[in-house]
Ligand binder design. Structure first.
Ligand code: PAF
Length: 303
């Protein structure tokens, strides 16, 4: 672990690829944060590691908008409902730290579970019904774990801005609402999903796809494209849009197992009816081999 004092120069990190300060301990992190000059804006990118170009886009956006950029890397056990999924989650820490250095990150926080959830820990952030649909229905307790750890990270870092990917659209909605409801002094920034050339949304889980499953994984983006095409052609019945997505998973030979294909109103993130005000968002989750993937796409009136 290196020193907890802020590095003197933003540009040294941004252009020199200098190693970021790496801090496991919460007290050491607090000391680093307290020593930052008050006029400097801090951007936080919370992650579970296995950083890819999608995370790099979050970090680059933070780098462009803030004086200091911090990344947290913590595979949060409280948001996993399956022990196998938690165990299989990739943890390439050395490569992650190298990527952070190349991106000019100032500090990386790598707490362990006992630091985040010490003995006797017993207070959780529990969202209302929006936390129980879609990802919350498939992964009971998921958002209780997500919101609790995000709140703890926001408390530790006191960032001016926190950056989240649009790929986890329900998570971003719930974080934004927690920030509003609990009156937290942070701006939530959502960054668009990055995709491979063939449409597959970047995800830390993609590395676990078997080569023969890689093409099956494209059913998620193809389903969203089908919903978007129907919407663009004037379809305004959410059930028809859901059916268009389901049809992609029902094609002969399909092996990906659909968990949900849903259309929600972006204002409340609940399943849309024909009278739900636009814009809407189409969302899919599916298992491809042993890997669970999610993706989503905005459905908005052309301007
Ligand atoms: O999106 C993620 O990587 C995680 O859910 C987050 C926000 C870092 C909380 O563990």
């Amino acid at each position: 672990m290196t020193s907890a004092s802020p590095r003197p120069s933003r540009s040294a990190a941004a252009f020199g690829g200098a190693a970021p300060v790496v801090v496991a301990d919460a007290a050491e992190l607090r000391a680093w944060r307290d020593a930052l000059p008050p006029e400097e804006r801090l951007g936080l990118v919370p992650t579970m590691g296995a950083l890819h170009a999608g995370h790099a886009a979050l970090i680059e956006r933070a780098r462009a908008e803030c004086d200091r950029v911090a990344v947290s890397i913590f595979v949060n056990p409280a948001q996993f409902d399956e022990a196998d999924d938690l165990a299989a989650y990739p943890r390439p820490l050395a490569a992650d730290l190298e990527r952070c250095a190349a991106l000019g990150v100032d500090l990386v926080h790598v707490p362990d579970a006992a630091d985040v959830y010490p003995a006797g820990f017993g207070t959780w952030v529990v969202p209302d019904a929006v936390g129980d649909v879609l990802e919350g229905a498939c992964r009971p307790g998921h958002f209780r774990g997500v919101l609790t750890v995000v709140l703890k990270l926001l408390q530790r870092f006191r960032p001016h801005r926190a950056y989240f990917g649009e790929k986890d659209a329900q998570q971003a909605f719930l974080v934004r609402r927690m920030v509003r409801d609990l009156e937290l002094a942070v701006e939530v920034v959502e960054v668009p999903t990055l995709r491979e050339d063939d449409g597959l949304a970047l995800s830390s889980r993609n590395v676990r796809l078997a080569p023969e499953d890689r093409v099956e994984a494209l059913r998620l983006s193809r389903a969203l494209a089908a919903a978007a095409a129907a919407f663009a052609a004037g379809e305004r019945d959410p059930e028809a849009l859901r059916a268009a997505m389901r049809a992609v998973f029902a094609e002969p030979g399909a092996r990906a197992r659909l968990e949900y294909a849903e259309v929600v109103g972006v204002a409340d993130f609940l399943p849309a009816s024909a009278s739900t005000p636009l814009p809407w968002r189409a969302l899919v989750a599916a298992r491809v081999g042993a890997v669970r993937l999610i993706d989503n796409q905005a459905l908005t009136e052309p301007s």
